[in-house]
Design a protein around this ligand. Structure first.
Ligand SMILES: Cc1cc2nc3c(=O)[nH]c(=O)nc-3n(C[C@H](O)[C@H](O)[C@H](O)COP(=O)(O)OP(=O)(O)OC[C@H]3O[C@@H](n4cnc5c(N)ncnc54)[C@H](O)[C@@H]3O)c2cc1C
Length: 204
C-alpha cells in the first residue's frame, strides 16, 4: 500500500497499543484477518466512525468475530482497498478503490494497516534446524531436527497444525513430557491422570 508510506506515523499506523488514542476519531482499517476484525470490533464503541476495508469478499478472521462484525456499528467495504492518502501534514482522508473501478473518499484521522505479519525466526534460523516456510519443522513429540531441541507454538510446523492458543499449550505439555523421558530414560511418558488414582486402602 504505497499510498500510506508518506503518512507513516502521521495517521498511518500498524498497531493499536491504546484504544483510547482513537476516541472520537474517524478510523479506517485495512485487512481481512483477526487483527483487522478484532480492532474494528474493539474501536467501534470508541471511535467516531470505523470503516473496515478488505480487498476480498470473505474474511480470514474467526467466523464468530466476522458474525459480530456485521452486527457492529462498523462500515464494511469488501472487494475494495485504500489507493490514496490525503492531508496537509498528517492524514485527513483516504481514497478507497473498488473492484468496479469506483473511488470513495473517506475522512480518516487514522489508517490502520492490518495486513498480516511475517514470521521471523531471527537467530534460530541459523541453528541448523529443518525449517519450512519460516517455521521450525517438528515431529509428533515436538522434536526439531536438532537433537535435544524442541519447538512449540506458532513458530513450529507439522502437517495439519492449527494456530490457536490451546494448541500451543498442548504442544508445550507434549514437548515437556517427551523431553523429561529423553533426559531420564526409563521415566514414564504418560503423566497419569488424577482420575486414575486408586483410593488409599482403608486400615482394617
Ligand atoms: C489478532 C489475532 C487474534 C487471534 N485470536 C485468537 C483467538 O481468539 N483464539 C485463539 O486460540 N488464537 C487466536 N490467535 C492466535 C494466537 O494468538 C496464537 O496462536 C498464539 O498467540 C501463538 O502463541 P505463541 O506463544 O506460539 O506465539 P506468540 O503469542 O506470538 O508469542 C511469541 C512471543 O515471543 C516474543 N518474541 C519474539 N521474538 C523474540 C526474541 N527474539 N526474544 C524474546 N522474545 C521474543 C514475542 O514478542 C511474543 O511475545 C489470534 C492471533 C491474532 C494475530
Amino acid at each position: 500500500m504505497t499510498c500510506a508510506t508518506a503518512y507513516e506515523g502521521r495517521g498511518v499506523v500498524h498497531h493499536v497499543p491504546r484504544l483510547e488514542e482513537h476516541r472520537d476519531r474517524d478510523v479506517v482499517i485495512a485487512g481481512g484477518g483477526d487483527s483487522a476484525v478484532d480492532w474494528a470490533l474493539a474501536l467501534a464503541p470508541i471511535a467516531r466512525s470505523v470503516t473496515l476495508v478488505h480487498r476480498r469478499a470473505s474474511f480470514r478472521a474467526h467466523e464468530h468475530s466476522v458474525r459480530q462484525l456485521y452486527g457492529a456499528p462498523v462500515r464494511v467495504l469488501t472487494d475494495a482497498q485504500p489507493v490514496a492518502c490525503h492531508g496537509t501534514g498528517r492524514l485527513e482522508s483516504v481514497d478507497i478503490g473498488t473492484r468496479h473501478g469506483g473511488t470513495l473518499n473517506l475522512p480518516a484521522h487514522t489508517l490502520i494497516t492490518a495486513l498480516g505479519f511475517v514470521t521471523n525466526l531471527g537467530p534460530l534460523a541459523g541453528w541448523g534446524m529443518e525449517v519450512e516456510y519460516r517455521q521450525i519443522r517438528v515431529d509428533a513429540a515436538m522434536r526439531t531436527s536438532l537433537p535435544g531441541v524442541y519447538a512449540v507454538g506458532d513458530g513450529c510446523t507439522y502437517p495439519g497444525r492449527v494456530p490457536l492458543i490451546s494448541v500451543g499449550f498442548g504442544e508445550a505439555a507434549t514437548a515437556v513430557n517427551h523431553a523429561a523421558v529423553a533426559l531420564r530414560p526409563g521415566a514414564r511418558l504418560a503423566p497419569g491422570h488424577s482420575s486414575d488414582a486408586r483410593p488409599e486402602p482403608v486400615p482394617a
